[in-house]
Design a binder for this molecule. Structure first.
Ligand code: DP6
Length: 334
């Protein structure tokens, strides 16, 4: 039995930063993101004698997997089996699998590559389950067990990751609006392709060492509500205010935790300043947001797209990706 699945990254509008349980990637607070249609990740899995992983990069070149990356994939498979056992859906699951990943997402530069990979695997693992298919909620939980933000790809469009009680399955996604409800564009500016030294997993575990963390957690429910309202009423100005407030707040937490994580570079700050100037003179519907890297996501409405693209293309030394609101992770027939 060969199973093939597809997925893509998502970009957070209200950021997930810090866990209440690191082992199960249970977030300390809720978060919300837009699923992107590009770049894509596809994974093929097959029951096998022993666990193995092969991975190809965005140029189709085989990428040797680090020990850490293999361990993380192996751990995700083990947690997947454990979760499916707790909900009594593990009948007939193979002991081991072989995985082949083709990723169009450059790793570790602030485009959620782990969300795309683990939500893709979650979709594929779900198809190993016999009798009734798993629900999207269960697929979302499987995604989260590999990368917290991977829970937000089990639906398309705009998806919240919310906490509900205790236990392995106690945080999962909920669709806030569909991709067809509001199409937004994400012009992604990558100023620096160096892989970051400290990734999100280590960063989440140290978030609570920031003196600003408690206040951040206190603010999230209000921000979530405002973001949900903005999305449901297609109020771009409201969306911009709340998502920029939250992105800058997350980076302040990162920069004040121990050890400090300074993901934003001079180029990031310059791009932010220039887009703020441009939008105030040209009345553009564009907002900026950054995940764990110097990459700037310029999210804009259709009517501002041409100007935002021209702005992006005028940036020296930046690689540009053009994406828009996308659909859920899904299986592909072979
Ligand atoms: C800054 O989901 O990448 O992008 O579970 O360790 O893989 P792991 O973390 P991950 O964290 C995402 C952090 C973020 C914000 C966000 O996407 O909400």
């Amino acid at each position: 039995m060969i199973i093939r699945a597809h997925s893509s990254p998502n970009i957070a509008l209200i950021k997930y930063w810090g866990n209440r349980n690191n082992e199960w990637r249970l977030p300390a607070a809720d978060s919300l993101s837009m699923v992107l249609d590009f770049p894509t990740v596809r994974a093929t899995i097959e029951p096998a004698e022993k666990f193995s992983v092969q991975s190809y990069d965005h140029n189709g070149i085989e990428k040797p997997q680090s020990e850490t990356s293999i361990k993380r994939l192996q751990k995700h498979w083990a947690l997947t089996k454990e979760f499916l056992h707790t909900i009594e859906r593990d009948e007939g699951l193979p002991e081991n699998i072989s995985i082949v990943i083709h990723s169009g997402v450059p790793p570790a530069i602030g485009i959620a590559s782990s969300a795309a990979v683990f939500s893709c695997l979650a979709e594929a693992y779900g198809a190993l389950v016999q009798s009734n298919p798993l629900s999207q909620k269960e697929i979302s939980i499987l995604g989260r067990l590999g990368a917290g933000s991977g829970a937000r790809n089990a639906w398309g469009g705009y998806v919240a990751l919310e906490n509900h009680g205790e236990g392995m399955g106690s945080a999962y996604g909920r669709q806030i609006a569909r991709e067809t409800d509001w199409l937004l564009h994400d012009i992604i500016l990558v100023p620096d392709q160096k892989e970051k030294k400290i990734g999100s997993t280590e960063g989440h575990a140290m978030a609570s060492t920031s003196r600003l963390f408690t206040e951040r957690i206190r603010q999230i429910p209000r921000r979530m509500q405002e973001c949900i309202n903005a999305l449901q009423t297609k109020d771009f100005e409201k969306l911009r205010n709340i998502s920029e407030e939250d992105a800058l707040d997350m980076h302040r937490v990162m920069e004040t935790q121990n050890p400090p994580l300074r993901y934003l570079s001079d180029a990031t700050h310059r791009i932010i300043r220039d887009i703020e100037n441009l939008r105030s003179s040209d009345k553009l519907n564009v907002l900026y947001t950054m995940d764990a890297g110097p990459t700037v996501h310029l999210i804009c409405t259709e009517d501002s797209l041409t100007t935002v693209e021209a702005f992006a293309e005028a940036q020296k030394d930046c690689i540009i990706f053009k994406a828009k609101t996308g659909g859920a992770s899904h299986l592909k027939n072979i």
